[in-house]
Design a binder for this molecule. Structure first.
Ligand code: GLU
Length: 510
């Protein structure tokens, strides 16, 4: 078997939607599973839709996800260039070869003439206004003109395109690794433009020529390309390359949360969740946040994406990238679209944060704290804080909510909640707690708890009634992990300072 070579072939037309990343991921998993190559090809033949910065952005997203391509514009290999615009000169000969073989033709129609054709079809009550077998002989092309007329027009370089001649009443057969045998009639297809007047190929020609020249063995892409597959299969056949045609698979769509159609780039704004991996600086709409900025780990993001359309046949939901590579198979990809569920996406992230080591999280969490103006000096303490709170964090940004009070004393203290059940006995308890704590030789959570309970018993108070005030004194409100763990990480001086501070506030209010 030839070495597996797959490609991810996005068009640089804007932010990379999560469906695109999933396509890249499935390609990557397949390549790695079979020790093949994962190629990035930038399909930028439509210069009118080209968006500056989109190519770098795509590469950045793949890098963030740790599924970087082995070859691409950023990493030249044997089959470059990897941008179709830089391959322009390659395509013409193939389009001309198709003309010679009778599978394509020169078309000299002006935009106005095409418009007239459409108007005529409309006038005849037709819904289908395509340039195809019904109209081609009435148009200005090398099929309707004599060879001499065609030659003369080509000689004066009369603006023209090359169109694929789609035969009537034919059936195109191909196998899709997910959907099985597919049969499609040619009757609905139009005579696609293969080479544009400026010499640029269209997507259809370029994708086939490049898959051939780049020795792609498997062409995997989203379901939205299924209707184009017969055109591509015909091109492989007409160019005489059928033996080299890649195996096909069309991945199911990622659907809107209500299952009503494909999740689009616009749905994120409308429904309040990200649809891009990373922040995309849109030339028109400005900055649009991605999963990364929202506090997702790339491991969780990829895991979630993989499961939108695939499983390993068991109930297992959490997979590392290596496990996915190991267990991935195209025939376990579903045929039907999967609904995107943002709550489920967060669940994946929560699971991943819980199972990640402190070392894995440290760098990302530190960046969040630094953005808030906290510079971490004690690495060991920081690691212990992460360990203590990570199970409570769904997003990386939650580390700040759950841990800011270790660095900043609470700006507001919910004294009202303490005062509702406050009395002199409790006040005395905390005075005694300060005294005893300040003499403690060691500052471990267990000892802090034992001491707390001993003093409570001696004061005839239930520890339960004292824990809430203690918590509020240390963190400002009714939240956070185990209170003795908090005290232990805050350290003796800071803990005592916070108790004293709240006691003085309470005394002012009584
Ligand atoms: N350029 C197409 C896209 O933007 C690629 C389709 C394919 O993989 O054949 O998705």
């Amino acid at each position: 078997m030839n070495k597996v070579r797959v490609r991810f072939a996005p068009s640089p037309t804007g932010g990379l939607h999560l469906g695109g990343i999933r396509t890249a991921l499935y390609n990557y998993l397949f390549a790695k599973k079979y020790m093949g190559d994962f190629v990035l090809r930038v399909e930028d033949t439509d210069q009118t839709r080209y968006v500056k910065g989109a190519e770098e952005y795509i590469i950045d997203c793949l890098n963030w996800c740790k599924i970087s391509p082995d070859e691409g514009p950023h990493r030249e290999g044997e089959y470059g260039p990897y941008r179709q615009s830089e391959r322009k000169s390659l395509y013409k000969e193939y389009a001309e070869q198709l003309v010679k073989l009778g599978h394509a033709y020169y078309a000299f129609d002006t935009p106005a003439e095409i418009e007239t054709m459409r108007e005529t079809l409309k006038g005849q009550g037709k819904d289908n206004l395509q340039y195809d077998y019904r109209v081609r002989f009435n148009m200005k092309n090398s099929l309707s003109l004599s060879p001499e007329e065609t030659e003369a027009l080509l000689k004066i370089n009369f603006p023209h395109v090359i169109r694929l001649k789609i035969e009537r009443d034919e059936f195109v057969y191909f196998k899709d690794m997910i959907r099985g045998d597919i049969e499609m009639s040619t009757n609905g297809l139009d005579d696609k433009v293969l080479l544009k007047a400026d010499g640029m190929p269209t997507y259809h020609l370029a994708v086939v020529v490049d898959d051939y020249l780049m020795k792609i063995t498997h062409a995997f892409r989203g379901e939205e390309w299924l209707p184009s597959a017969p055109i591509h299969v015909l091109l492989w056949k007409y160019l005489g390359w059928e033996k080299h045609m890649p195996e096909w698979a069309h991945f199911p769509l990622i659907l809107k949360p209500d299952g009503n159609g494909k999740l689009s780039k616009r749905d994120g704004e409308r429904l309040g969740f990200p649809v891009f991996a990373m922040e995309w600086n849109d030339p028109v709409k400005g900055e649009i946040k991605g999963f990364k900025e929202l506090g997702f780990l790339p491991e969780a993001f990829l895991n979630m994406l993989a499961m939108l359309g695939w499983n390993n046949g068991t109930e297992q939901e959490i997979f590392s990238l290596d496990e996915m590579i190991d267990q991935f198979s195209i025939d376990r990809i579903h045929v039907h679209g999967a609904k995107f569920d943002f709550e489920k996406a967060k669940w994946y992230n929560h699971e991943w944060i819980k199972k990640s080591s402190v070392e894995r999280l440290e760098h990302d969490v530190k960046k969040i704290f630094e953005k808030k103006g906290v510079s971490v000096s004690d690495e060991e303490q920081f690691g212990s804080i992460i360990e203590l709170i990570k199970d409570r964090c769904t997003l990386l940004t939650d580390f700040w909510e759950q841990g800011h009070f270790f660095y900043n004393s609470p700006s507001e203290i919910d004294t009202a909640s303490i005062l509702s059940k406050w009395n002199e006995n409790k006040n005395q308890f905390f005075v005694e707690l300060i005294r005893t704590y300040s003499l403690l030789p060691s500052w471990k959570s267990v000892e802090l708890e034992n001491t707390f309970k001993e003093i409570a018993a001696a004061s005839h108070l239930k520890p339960g009634e004292l824990m809430l005030p203690f918590r509020i004194m240390l963190v400002g409100g009714k939240f956070g992990p185990g209170i003795f763990d908090i005290a232990s990480l805050l350290g003796k001086t800071e803990t005592i300072k916070r108790i004293e501070h709240t006691l003085s506030l309470l005394n002012q209010k009584i």
